[in-house]
Write a protein of this length. Structure first.
Length: 131
């Protein structure tokens, strides 16, 4: 770690990358610290730095994007399963109700997300035009 102008130790890029990787792959801070070869207190201090927070947020975002891509591939078959369950007169009423409720909830969520995305895009366009 190098020091900033005030003498505070600043984490280097490699340390931050290792900490991010360990925290995302280990179940606890203690386990992540052990795999890094540092104390949990040291890792906790590192987690408070703006450099770490930015790197961690970016890495989490990439993980979420990957998960979304995997879920997207499964969306159509999942929707078909829900449709099959709520259309199956032999399925229990609880199963059919649950499938129908989940289908409606998912449709409403998708509508709301799409609507928000469109509104945000319009706001961003307006900001660019007025800037």
């Amino acid at each position: 770690m190098k020091a900033d102008k005030s003498g505070q130790k600043m984490p280097d890029v490699e340390t931050i990358a290792k900490a991010v990787s360990c925290l995302l792959s280990k179940p606890t801070v203690k386990a992540a610290a052990k795999s890094m070869g540092v104390s949990p207190k040291t890792l906790q201090r590192l987690r408070k730095t703006p450099e770490f927070r930015a790197a961690f947020q970016e890495a989490q975002g990439e993980l979420v994007k990957t998960a979304i891509a995997e879920l997207t591939v499964s969306a159509k078959p999942a929707a078909q399963v829900l449709r099959k369950i709520f259309s199956d007169r032999r399925a229990s009423s609880a199963s059919r109700t649950s499938a129908a409720t989940n289908t409606i909830r998912l449709c409403l969520d998708a509508y709301e997300l799409n609507n928000l995305a469109e509104r945000i895009a319009a706001l961003e366009r307006n900001l660019r035009e007025t800037a």
